[in-house]
Design a protein around this ligand. Structure first.
Ligand code: KIV
Length: 260
């Protein structure tokens, strides 16, 4: 097990684990100073490419962005999302996960659970490919958004799913839009850290999509805290640039490379 993974496991019950998504080097470089984990999420399908769901993103798209992100990452654990179409069975998952690791030098991959694909997590883990699991609202498999764990049946299903993912060898697990009560129970039961998104304070760590937190994506459900409105900051800057070109304020002599 790598030192970086050990460090994440060690934080369980001691320190909160800070995670964010990145799709490019410049953002990753900033996140790397403050995050334990940086995830190249398949959320890039909606957030960056304007696709209608995450199943349209390809392993090549993910690799391309991950190569860029890796250039900005020095200390954080770099996790890469496996798209559904690259992870349909163990043979395909192994081939693609190995390709991702070879091309990007990432530390781990994330596999969304459909409550059946435990053999994929087990097979990857046995091949020394560290896996982060993902349960609750899993966009690759669930078309309609729903908070998970609201009744006893769902609670039992989620707890069983989380335990099976741990048994299969995952080193951590994302809980997406799971009720606080169930997130608390799963976090207490598991030895591996839980990373919450829309799943309350009771998880071992938290993750958000960076474009949401920065106010760039236009997607701000209740579980997202928008720390800045970058859309409006960029809007103001570009508006000023446009005005200064038209009024011949930019470029001025200070910007000339040669002569007057
Ligand atoms: O794709 C993604 O960005 C994710 C996070 C929201 C956990 O899976």
């Amino acid at each position: 097990m790598s030192k970086k993974i050990k460090k994440i496991l060690f934080k369980k019950n001691k320190k909160k684990i800070v995670c964010l998504t990145a799709y490019s080097k410049n953002i990753a470089k900033i996140l790397d100073k403050y995050c334990d984990i940086i995830l190249v999420g398949d959320s890039m399908a909606n957030v960056l490419y304007g696709m209608k769901d995450t199943n349209q993103i390809t392993i090549q798209n993910i690799i391309q962005h991950s190569i860029s992100v890796k250039k900005g990452v020095k200390k954080s654990l770099l996790v890469i999302d496996m798209p559904r179409n690259a992870c349909r069975n163990l043979k395909q998952a192994k081939k693609n996960a190995k390709l991702v690791i070879k091309k990007t030098k990432c530390d781990a991959v994330k596999v969304e659970s459909n409550n059946k694909n435990f053999d994929i997590i087990r097979g990857l883990s046995k091949s020394n490919i560290p896996v982060m699991g993902h349960i609750g609202y899993t966009p690759q498999f669930k078309k309609k958004f729903k908070v998970e764990g609201k009744n006893k049946l769902e609670e039992q299903r989620l707890i069983k799913e989380a335990k099976l993912i741990q048994q299969a060898g995952a080193f951590s697990i994302v809980l997406e839009c799971v009720t606080p009560n169930v997130a608390k129970k799963i976090t207490k039961m598991l030895k591996i850290p839980t990373i919450g998104i829309g799943s309350s304070i009771f998880c071992d760590g938290q993750i958000l999509v960076t474009d949401d937190l920065l106010g760039l994506s236009g997607f701000y459900p209740k579980f997202v805290k928008r720390y800045i409105n970058l859309n409006s900051v960029i809007d103001k800057a570009v508006k000023k640039y446009s005005k200064e070109i038209k009024t011949k304020v930019f470029p001025n002599k200070k910007n000339f490379l040669y002569g007057k």
